[in-house]
Design a protein around this ligand. Structure first.
Ligand code: KIV
Length: 271
């Protein structure tokens, strides 16, 4: 009998089990097949095809412009580039706010056309009907509270959320999301004490970004993690590489070699 265990996708239940066992886990954004494969090989169990693609892939100055049709091919690519990681598709601005019907239609496209395993949407009380509809349809839903970038115009900028009394509202929203059927909730740029309290009160995993060390999981944009985005990085980012410098230096050498005719050399040519 073979001892080979076939690979299978990590599920939200697996991630819940890690949380129940007190094991922190990681989520990283991914937008293409190759990078997704590298992140999976490095041991990342959950990949988020974030609407941050609007900024780090498409060059917009907010997440608002990106469309479902722009995100679908990225989700498909990330699914194709991986075999074990759970792939979460972010529902873009304007693709779920109208109500449960619109949310279900959009999420269905991400699941059927792109093969996503879960979806994420932003907001608290206002999106509870959407969360309930998706959960009833068997779609794992990740909530997103705190700094919700799709509401940047209302929030007045990318700033800390949940300070003072608004922390109680965030706590209420988090509990309501769990009750509505959310399987996890992202907490973005909130005070660490608040994130810790929410994590203690909820049974589902909390996934922090700029929320301190007390959440059950951490999520990060890969270009921030690996130093491809320009400085200054947000306070919560620790750079684990400096890809911007690595790429600039390497491509610069190639440009020089082309100019000096030292590339291509004999071994790169066909006879
Ligand atoms: O779009 C995104 O990348 C996100 C994460 C930062 C949580 O929502």
């Amino acid at each position: 009998m073979s001892s080979h265990t076939p690979k299978r996708r990590i599920t939200m239940r697996d991630l819940q089990a890690r949380t129940d066992a007190g094991q922190p886990w990681s989520m990283v954004t991914a937008y293409d097949a190759l990078t997704a494969g590298v992140l999976e090989s490095a041991g990342v169990p959950a990949l988020l095809v974030g609407d941050s693609a609007a900024m780090v892939v498409h060059g917009h100055d907010s997440t608002i412009p990106i469309t479902v049709d722009e995100m679908l091919p990225m989700v498909s690519a990330v699914v194709r580039g991986t075999s074990e990681a759970l792939v979460v598709a972010d529902l873009p601005f304007g693709s779920y706010q109208e109500g449960p019907g619109q949310a279900l239609a959009t999420a269905t496209r991400f699941m059927k056309e792109a093969g996503a395993h879960a979806v994420k949407l932003e907001g608290g009380l206002s999106v509870l009907p959407q969360v309930e509809a998706l959960a009833s349809a068997g779609i794992p839903v990740v909530g997103h509270l705190g700094l919700t970038p799709q509401s940047v115009n209302l929030l007045g900028g990318y700033r800390v959320q949940g300070r003072g009394e608004s922390g109680q509202l965030l706590m209420r929203d988090a509990k309501s999301l769990e009750a509505a059927g959310a399987t996890a909730v992202v907490l973005e740029v909130v005070p660490e004490e608040l994130a810790q309290q929410v994590s203690e009160i909820l049974s589902i995993p909390t996934i922090g970004i700029g929320a301190g060390p007390g959440t059950d999981a951490q999520v990060i944009v890969w270009q921030d993690l690996l130093g491809l985005t320009p400085d200054p990085a947000p306070r919560f980012v620790r750079r684990y590489a400096n890809l911007r410098d690595v790429m600039t230096e390497a491509v610069g050498r190639w440009v020089d070699d082309v100019q000096n005719r030292t590339y291509p050399a004999a071994e790169h040519s066909y006879r």
